[in-house]
Design a protein around this ligand. Structure first.
Ligand code: PGA
Length: 242
């Protein structure tokens, strides 16, 4: 893994946004994998700024988000679809038809997962996949456990993950859906390049285990060690244990 350690979360966000803009300049029809969470928010704000300044053009890009809650429609204020609208999509120019998302309210969730896999294949695969890491080592919504699914699948969310996402649901973890849909590790590992981003001291331990520990289903992000092109962008606090 190529590890870049930046001084602050702000600098990490700026470097990440420039990484995306550079990839778009090189390959305008870029297929991006995109995460939600607190970590990418500042980078998304920077990408909106860069787009307004003519420095990031998404006109030919396609995006696939990593995951979505099950049982709520895309228009629900707590959905990741709405999160992305608020933090990124409203301020850039990805054509709406090329914003791809798992639909947590699809009548057949297993079929929805298969549809998503087929859509990724039809787009020619993901060129550049951005991801955050959960304090429990999850990536996308691939939660630690005895087994991991390679393909896009339904997942039962860990209690800690529901607590971490409570802010999207009025601060009440009980309102966070119990299930979600997530790209699998196999889907993610097929991307041309993966950029994992982590900031803050709370992520130091899970970053260290993901990078240096054994590859284990108990640490889903550790599977990134199997990919030949992973870039890790960390602020100094998240890199403390390396
Ligand atoms: P966070 O979430 O950016 O809010 O810490 C990361 C994740 O759970 O993947």
């Amino acid at each position: 893994m190529e590890i870049r350690i930046l001084e602050t979360p702000e600098e990490t966000a700026a470097v990440l946004a420039r990484r995306v803009a550079r990839a778009l300049a090189e390959v305008p029809a870029l297929v991006l994998g995109l995460p939600t969470g607190r970590t990418p928010v500042a980078a998304y704000a920077e990408l909106r700024r860069m787009h307004a300044a003519g420095e990031a053009d998404f006109a030919r890009a396609t995006t696939f988000n990593l995951d979505e809650f099950a049982g709520i429609p895309p228009s629900h204020p707590g959905s990741f679809r709405m999160f992305m609208e608020r933090h990124l999509f409203h301020g850039i120019n990805v054509p709406p038809g090329r914003i791809q998302f798992l639909d947590g309210a699809a009548p057949d969730l297993d079929a929805e997962c298969e549809r998503y896999e087929a859509a990724i294949d039809a787009a020619g695969g993901i060129d550049l996949l951005l991801a955050g890491i959960g304090a429990n080592g999850h990536i996308g919504f691939n939660e630690p456990g005895d087994v991991l699914m390679a393909r896009t699948h339904r997942v039962r969310l860990a209690d800690s993950t529901r607590r971490d996402n409570a802010a999207l649901f009025g601060g009440d973890p009980a309102q966070v859906p119990r299930e979600a849909l997530s790209m699998g590790l196999g889907t993610m590992l097929k991307a041309g390049a993966i950029v994992l981003v982590a900031t803050g001291a709370r992520k130091a331990a899970c970053v260290e285990r993901a990078v240096r520990g054994p590859v284990s289903t108990e640490r889903p992000a550790s599977f990134l060690q199997l990919h030949r092109h992973v870039e890790l962008y960390l602020d100094r606090a998240a890199a403390t244990d390396l």
